[in-house]
Design a protein around this ligand. Structure first.
Ligand code: AMP
Length: 451
């Protein structure tokens, strides 16, 4: 199946060829024909699946075929997103796809000055990409008029709810014309999302490329037990041992991320931090530095990293485990994309054992525990007696099989979210051609881990 066969306007097809989009991804294949036929859509897909083009192409296609009323351009499409980073990213993608159609894509988000946004809205907008809070500000001031919106996209709807945007979303939705097409994309479909869909969508069609919490099976999961006070030292060792990889490191707090990036710099490793206390300009610079390899390491909090588009990241490190196990899934969604192999490494101290157990339950597969020589924890990690039970019919005790998944094994019996060809089995080769199951660079011992 090609993009041509989906019936997109030639100007959009030209831009796709220029961007080397040769074949549609699974979510694009499913969503584009339905959206082009005018249906409301519930899309189950996370970042990395190509969901932006899945809603962006039908949206641009539709808008490119109609001209604005009276020449004055009020937004005809509204895309709501949870974070400024995602707003910038979605707008960039849409500008790329819409390069040869005359449509204006504008972003508005908090943490940036109001005046340039007011000015941009005044000049005329076709597609508005906005975070809910700031959009409400503009609506209250009368600077954003939404009475001509024909298409609404809720992108990463689950994250918007997580971030407490439900009241703002409802206020916005209430102001939109009833006659419109609504596309909702979300990695998960909890009851709140379903309720939102019931209230604000018309007979939505459902498409899905990844089940809830499905994790690409091309990712090798490892955990290094280590005492809390020695995590930084171990991180420096890991990062120094691998000079080539671009690495995303997750920390729990804004302050902790800042300090860690500084400490990595002191150790001679080029690192930048990205989190909510940074200005928009600082965040964009940090992301640019990382993407252009000026900085090898990006240290981020969960919220700041959400939706960051960093293709083909070979390694994600959890310096701290996330407080919410589901965030582990979002974090590691930055690796193992598009059928490529990836590695998720977690530095785990004894007080994080419970969190590790919860993550293990979500993964429904083994995390390989690797103790690095010289970093054996004084406080060993005790996983408790419910450990084996949580893993059900796959009982491998400590010291047994290292817990690697078998090549081609699909943890949930569902297709993994991938669309590229030529992928190597997750455990047959690791990133950079290593055997993923044996990537024991620290020369330490391995044990099977189950929770
Ligand atoms: P998204 O999930 O929309 O953030 O997309 C993830 C990455 O895949 C982005 O870098 C896109 O540019 C890229 N991408 C999306 N669709 C395609 C496609 N059909 N062919 C190649 N790359 C794509």
């Amino acid at each position: 199946m090609t993009f041509e066969s989906l019936g997109l306007a030639p100007a959009l097809l030209r831009a796709l060829v220029e961007q080397n989009y040769l074949t549609p991804t699974p979510i694009q294949l499913q969503a584009i024909p339905l959206a082009m036929a005018g249906h409301d859509l519930l899309g189950g897909a996370q970042t990395g699946t190509g969901k932006t083009a899945a809603f962006g192409l039908p949206l641009l296609n539709r808008l490119s075929k109609t001209t604005p009323v009276n020449g004055f351009r009020r937004p005809r499409a509204l895309i709501l997103v949870p974070t400024r980073e995602l707003a910038v990213q979605v707008a960039d993608s849409l500008r790329g796809y819409g390069k040869h159609v005359r449509l204006n894509v504008t972003t508005i988000f908090g943490g940036a000055g109001m005046s340039p946004q007011v000015e941009a809205l005044r000049r005329g907008v076709d597609v508005l990409v906005a975070t809910p809070g700031r959009l409400i500000d503009h609506m209250e001031r009368g600077t954003a008029k939404l009475d001509e919106v024909q298409m609404l996209v809720l992108d990463e709807a689950d994250r918007m709810l997580d971030m407490g945007f439900l009241p703002a979303m409802k206020r916005i939705l209430a102001k939109l014309p009833k006659e419109r097409q609504t596309l909702l994309f979300s990695a998960t479909f909890e009851s709140q999302i379903k309720a939102l869909a019931l209230e604000f969508m018309r007979n939505p069609q459902q498409v899905q490329v990844a089940a809830n919490n499905t994790i690409a099976d091309t990712i090798a999961h490892k955990a290094h037990p280590v005492d809390n006070g020695r995590k930084r030292e171990l991180l420096v060792k890991i990062l120094s041992d691998r000079h080539t990889d671009q690495v995303l490191v997750f920390g729990r707090t804004k302050h902790g991320c800042n300090r860690l990036a500084e400490q990595l710099e002191e150790a001679g490793l080029k690192a930048v931090a990205i989190h909510g206390n940074k200005s928009q300009a600082q965040r964009q610079k940090a992301l640019r530095d990382f993407k252009t390899s000026k900085a090898r390491i990006l240290v981020a909090t969960d919220v700041a990293a959400r939706g960051l588009d960093i293709p083909s990241l070979p390694l994600v490190i959890n310096f701290d485990l996330p407080m919410v196990a589901e965030d582990y899934v979002h974090r590691i969604g930055r690796t193992g994309r598009n059928g490529m192999t990836g590695e998720a490494l977690s530095l785990v101290s004894a007080d994080e054992a419970q969190l590790l157990r919860q993550i293990q339950r979500i993964l429904k597969d083994d995390i390989q525990m690797v103790t690095v020589d010289g970093f054996e924890p004084l406080r060993p990690i005790r996983m408790g007696s419910d450990a084996a039970g949580a893993r059900g019919a796959n009982p491998r005790g400590p010291g047994g099989n290292n817990g690697a998944r078998k090549p081609g094994h699909r943890p949930h019996g569902k297709p993994a979210p991938r669309h590229a060809t030529g992928h190597a089995g997750p455990q047959s080769r690791g990133p950079g051609g290593r055997a993923a199951g044996g990537g024991n660079r620290g020369g330490g011992s391995r044990q099977g881990f189950s929770a």
